[in-house]
Design a protein around this ligand. Structure first.
Ligand SMILES: *Cc1c(COP(=O)(O)O)cnc(C)c1O
Length: 360
């Protein structure tokens, strides 16, 4: 069984084996040390100003998206959102629910975000710009420089859902003026699902503190989390097991080296893409891709039947697509404990699947 799924990914033994240990009570100095050490290493990896600006939440990534909206924005704010797929749409839905006014840049599938898309919005003022830097539903990796420049021109808070790009592509908060980073455990960090992380710039932290009294949530209250982080704790029980997994994964990533880690993901992505093209598969190429995954397009055959065939006959797991692309696109992830041989095997089995499905 091999997972080429975007998350939860094929896990490394380093993280899997840690679950066999006895976990210590979490209101302890030892546990605080692990939490702080995790926060320190994460802030280094994403170039966040301080480990004290890191928040650990017990929820999947969407929970962190919603919590970030509740804590970092207010009803007085006007927001611009890049809506280029399922996850962009999710930001719009969350803003609707929280009654925050927004404009959306709506992209069609296969449409690359360019400066032109921003032009109609240049005349307005925005308190925040929200983007899923890697729109996981299509594989498009947006140009962070383009978005960062816009946010700077408008003096907007730049809020980035980096859930599927972090530790798959370069990511730097300071360099790109990113104020809020949202990530979760089950993607590039290769842990179990259930732990999400929000990293803040000093400016975002100040805004959170200043509007704390009007935030209508207790469990998701960032101010509480920030105060607790000062001593390496969380207000409520954290996802203890995943905190240990994260410790193990950060050890592995830092031992390997950040650059080398990203290179190995890139190597798998490039290898798979070259080989897929050589074998006659179609990779939509009108926009830049994240190294986290490769979308493969099928026009004369149902993509879902390939996903099912690979699972049923070979125990190989790839992602289908949602919505209107569900019959034409599959997505193959390059994050997780897979190697080039696994991708050789996948291509071989994809070829067999197609032959057999056509023969049915
Ligand atoms: C995976 C993912 C999420 C979070 O999804 P959950 O199921 O809530 O963990 C959010 N945004 C992006 C871009 C993602 O890839």
């Amino acid at each position: 069984m091999t997972h080429f799924i975007i998350g939860p990914v094929q896990m490394y033994p380093e993280a899997m084996n840690i679950r066999q240990n006895d976990f210590s009570y979490f209101r302890s100095d030892d546990f605080s040390k692990i939490m702080m050490n995790n926060a320190k290493r994460l802030s280094l990896l994403m170039n966040c100003p301080s480990y004290k600006n890191i928040i650990f939440l017990t929820m999947s990534g969407t929970g962190a998206m919603e919590a970030a909206i509740e804590n970092c924005l207010s009803h007085k704010d006007r927001v611009l959102v890049v809506n280029g797929g399922t996850f962009g749409k999710r930001f719009c839905e969350l803003l609707n629910r929280h009654c925050i006014a927004y404009d959306a840049i709506n992209l069609k599938w296969n449409e690359q975000l360019t400066l032109q898309h921003l032009c109609p919005f240049e005349k307005n003022n925005y308190d925040a710009l929200l983007v899923n830097l890697h729109e996981t539903s299509t594989g498009q990796l947006y140009d962070i420089k383009l978005l960062s420049d816009f946010a700077k021109r408008k003096n907007s808070l730049l809020m980035v859902d980096a859930i599927s790009t972090f530790m798959a592509d370069e990511y730097d908060m300071e360099k790109n003026g990113i104020d809020v980073t949202i990530i979760s455990s089950q993607k590039g960090l290769c842990c179990s699902p259930g732990l999400s992380i929000v990293a803040l710039s000093d400016r975002a932290k100040e805004k959170i503190i200043s509007q704390n009294s009007v935030v209508s949530t207790s469990y998701f209250n960032f101010y509480d989390y920030l105060q607790n982080m000062e001593r390496g704790q969380t207000p409520y029980t954290p996802a203890v097991g995943i905190v240990y997994e994260l410790d193990a994964m950060l050890n592995l990533i830092i031992q390997t080296g950040k650059k080398e880690w990203l290179q190995s993901v890139a190597e798998k992505a490039t290898y798979f893409r070259n080989m897929a093209i050589k074998k006659g598969f179609t990779i939509p190429c009108s926009y830049p891709h994240s190294n986290a995954l490769t979308p493969v397009l099928f026009t004369n055959l149902n993509a879902k039947s390939i996903v099912n065939y690979l699972r049923e006959h070979f125990q190989l797991y790839v992602n289908p697509c949602g919505g209107e692309l569900s019959n034409s696109l599959i997505r193959v992830a390059h994050i997780g404990d897979t190697n080039l041989k696994d991708f050789d095997n996948l291509i071989e089995k994809m070829t067999i699947a197609i032959k057999n499905i056509k023969g049915l």
